[in-house]
Design a binder for this molecule. Structure first.
Ligand code: NAP
Length: 188
C-alpha cells in the first residue's frame, strides 16, 4: 500500500527503504523489486547480507553511513524505521519525489507519536515533494496480489524467530527490541 497507493511506484524508479531488514521492510524491498524499481535498503551491519539476498540493488549500513550524504536522490522513500527528521529525509528525496512515512513514530511535542507524520501532511501542499503518511488497511485485492507474488516466487516471507503460543510475551518483548530480522511467527 505504501508503494502502490501512497506513492504509485513505477518501474525504473529509485526507491529507498529505511528499515529494510524488519518485518515490513523485508516485504517492501521484495515488492519494490517485483514492481521493477531500483531498490536501496537501509539497515544495520548484521542485516546487509540478508537485505541484498532478498533483491536490494544496493544496501546502506546506517551504522557506518548516512544515506542523505550520498549524492543520489530517490524518487520514493519508504520510512519504516529510525524516526529521522523530515528535513533529513527530504534531503535524500528528489525534488519531485514522494516520502511515505510508515512507522517508527516516537513521541513529539504536539501529537504524541504522529507529530512528524502530521507535520509532513501539513507541509506537503507547499513543497514540490509529496510527503505522505501510510495508514494500512486489510483488503482482498492486496492479499490476492501478495498471494500471487508469493506463489510465483517473486516474494518470500523472511522469518526470524518462531515462538509457541505460550511464549507470546517473549515474542512481543523481542519485537519491542526493534531489531527483528524479518517476521516473528507464533505457532500453536
Ligand atoms: N503505517 C502503517 O500502516 C504501518 C503498518 C505496519 C507497521 N507499521 C510500523 O512500521 C514500523 C516497523 O514495523 P516492523 O514490523 O517492520 O518492525 P520490526 O520488524 O521491528 O523492524 C524494524 C526494523 O527497523 C530497523 N531499524 C531500527 N533502527 C533503525 C534505524 N535507525 N535506521 C534504519 N533501520 C532501523 C531494525 O533493524 P536493524 O537491526 O537493522 O536496526 C528492524 O529490522 C513500526 O513502527 C510499525 O508500527 C506501520
Amino acid at each position: 500500500q505504501g508503494l502502490r497507493r501512497a506513492a504509485k511506484v513505477q518501474a525504473g524508479q529509485k526507491v529507498l527503504v529505511i528499515g529494510a531488514g524488519g518485518g515490513v521492510g523485508t516485504f517492501a524491498v521484495q515488492l519494490a523489486k517485483a514492481f521493477g524499481a531500483d531498490v536501496t535498503g537501509v539497515c544495520s551491519t548484521k542485516k546487509t547480507d540478508l537485505v541484498r539476498s532478498i533483491g536490494a540493488d544496493d544496501v546502506i549500513d546506517y551504522t557506518r553511513e548516512d544515506f542523505a550524504d550520498r549524492p543520489r536522490r530517490y524518487d520514493l522513500i519508504l520510512d519504516i524505521a529510525g524516526g529521522r527528521s523530515l528535513s533529513h529525509l527530504r534531503r535524500a528525496l528528489d525534488p519531485r519525489g514522494t516520502l511515505v512515512i510508515v512507522g517508527s513514530e516516537r513521541g513529539g511535542r504536539w501529537a504524541q507519536g504522529v507529530d512528524r507524520a502530521l507535520r509532513a501532511a501539513m507541509l506537503s501542499p507547499f513543497v514540490s515533494q509529496k510527503l505522505r503518511m501510510l495508514v494500512s488497511t486489510e483488503n482482498e485485492e492486496d492479499l490476492q496480489l501478495l498471494g500471487k507474488l508469493i506463489e510465483g516466487g517473486k516474494i518470500t516471507p523472511v522469518v526470524d524467530r518462531t515462538f509457541s503460543l505460550s511464549e507470546v510475551p517473549e515474542a512481543i518483548e523481542y519485537l519491542r527490541g526493534g531489531h527483528a530480522c524479518g517476521k516473528v511467527v507464533i505457532t500453536e
